[in-house]
Ligand binder design. Structure first.
Ligand code: GDD
Ligand code: GTP
Length: 425
């Protein structure tokens, strides 16, 4: 038996994702019509021996999470459960804390996936590789290539090219180490608990001896981090291997990254769910490229959508509207002849007619092989907002005949005019 574990973090995480994470835990933010971690769970469901998925995080249980769990349980016939850490325990602390639940039923191995990544997860290929390289007590991490410059923002892996053993691992190094980066997706054998136990023990001991620092941050003795405490020690012991993929993979740290993730998940639907992609036809809106429209949405036949557009539940799109490279979230209304470009329209917002909501993408450089999405700072060195996609928070009213350009609008705003390069608080 194999299990799947998703590290969903908690309310203090996903801050760069505001204002969208103000309403909904970031892992539930919809991309290509489905919550971010729905795509992880769907990938898990394709692994033949995988019947159970554990979500580990420090969100208070909430209605949205419970509803999501019920839905994926029904759809994929998997047992899906949420385990709440009593405080943020780090990327490995929760795995150790809930070890009894993880090891219940004696799984052969378990996947661990960061929630804030998206990709065409090659889980079956990882499992095959894992079984081939080890004797049941080894661990496999998913790696992919990045540019030398960008690799510094990730965990970097140096492998033995012949055996794919990880010989060296450095988390977010200060200078170039390797362009193979850690994708935040692992396949561990139960043996990993031994290393987690040792790290836990070490932290407890340090806590007792190092009293001043620890009394200032009492939480740290329970925290364990895979990246800094486990992988570095496991490297070059013959127990840690890397499976490298060329499939689509990206981090989802900022709201802008969801537009990029949306585009790629829609492209994957051609292979996995062609039925989810909107088609042209009589009495239907014009569709250009890949578009997902929720069945309950109402889109006027004179509207033009695409490429790379997702239209959520109960959305209403009026006459002559043009939407491109954008997400229109549940319950929103776009009135007649408005243009939406590189933007996210938050839940239950209304955009008036003849308006223009536009953002600026920061896609990876197409001329650089292996380039990943840059996570740029909100402000530049002069204190000005960097051009980015436009994000409209939930329940925002945008009047007719205005232009909203490269702006972030917080929830429940009633805008009275045009805005350019602003955060509207
Ligand atoms: N349950 C739980 N508890 N989850 C957590 C906690 C915690 O205390 N802290 C972080 N996570 C989850 C986050 O929700 C996220 O899904 C994942 O763990 C990693 O989060 P970060 O700590 O923000 O790390 P990162 O994204 O900067 O870097 C990690 O991912 C990169 C790939 O995206 C590292 O593993 C890098 O090495 C890796 O390249
Ligand atoms: P490409 O030819 O695809 O490069 O696009 P474009 O240069 O014609 O224009 P743009 O990418 O800005 O917009 C895409 C589509 O939206 C075009 O067909 C425009 O006619 C249309 N469009 C642009 N601005 C508006 C607007 O303010 N309102 C409406 N309803 N449509 C618009």
């Amino acid at each position: 038996m194999i299990k799947g574990i998703i590290l969903i973090g908690g309310p203090m995480k996903g801050t760069r994702f505001r204002p969208l994470s103000l309403e909904l835990p970031k892992p539930l933010f919809p991309v290509a019509g489905f919550p971010m971690i729905y795509h992880h769970i769907e990938a898990c469901s394709k692994v033949p021996d995988l019947k159970e998925v554990l979500l580990i995080g420090f969100y208070q249980p909430n209605a949205a999470l419970n509803h999501f769990i019920m839905e994926v349980h029904q759809e994929f016939k998997l047992q899906v459960r949420y385990f709440q850490e009593y405080q943020a325990l780090g990327t490995a602390g929760g795995l150790y804390h809930f070890r009894d639940q993880i090891l219940a039923g004696n799984p052969e191995a378990f996947f661990v996936m960061n929630a804030d990544v998206c990709g065409d997860f090659p889980l079956n290929e990882m499992l095959e590789f894992h079984r081939k390289t080890g004797n049941g007590d080894t661990h496999t991490m998913l790696g992919t290539e990045a540019t030398q410059q960008q690799s510094l923002n990730y965990g970097c892996i140096v492998e033995n090219k012949d055996t794919h053993e990880v010989v060296h691992y450095v988390e977010k190094p200060g200078s170039y180490v390797s362009s193979i980066i850690n994708c935040g997706t692992y396949l561990f054998s139960p043996d990993i608990m031994k290393y987690l136990a040792a790290a836990f023990q070490k932290n407890q001991e340090n806590f007792c001896t190092d009293s001043i620092e620890s009394s200032l941050s009492p939480s740290t003795k329970e925290c364990i981090f895979l990246e800094s405490e486990i992988f570095m020690d496991l490297a070059s012991t013959g127990k840690l291997f890397v499976y490298q993929t060329t499939n689509f993979w990206s981090q989802v740290k900022s709201a802008g990254a969801t537009i990029y993730a949306n585009r790629h998940y829609l492209a994957i639907y051609h292979r996995t769910h062609p039925d989810r992609l909107a088609k042209n036809g009589e009495g239907k809106p014009t569709i250009i490229g890949d578009v997902y429209i929720h069945p309950s949405a109402s889109v006027h036949e004179s509207a033009t959508l695409g490429p790379n557009v997702t239209v959520g539940k109960n959305v209403v799109i009026g006459e002559g509207v043009r939407v491109r490279e954008s997400l229109v979230l549940e319950g929103s209304t776009i009135l007649d002849h408005t243009l939406i470009l590189y933007s996210i329209i938050g839940w239950n917002s209304v955009v008036g007619s003849w308006s223009r909501v536009e953002g600026t993408p920061n896609d990876p450089n197409p001329n650089k092989p292996f380039a990943k999405l840059e996570v740029s700072d909100l402000f530049n060195s002069e204190g000005k907002l960097n051009p980015s996609i436009t994000v409209i928070g939930s329940n925002v009213q945008i009047p007719s005949e205005v232009v909203i350009l490269n702006s972030l609008v917080l929830p429940h705003k009633d805008l009275g005019r045009s805005y350019k390069n602003q955060i509207i608080l």
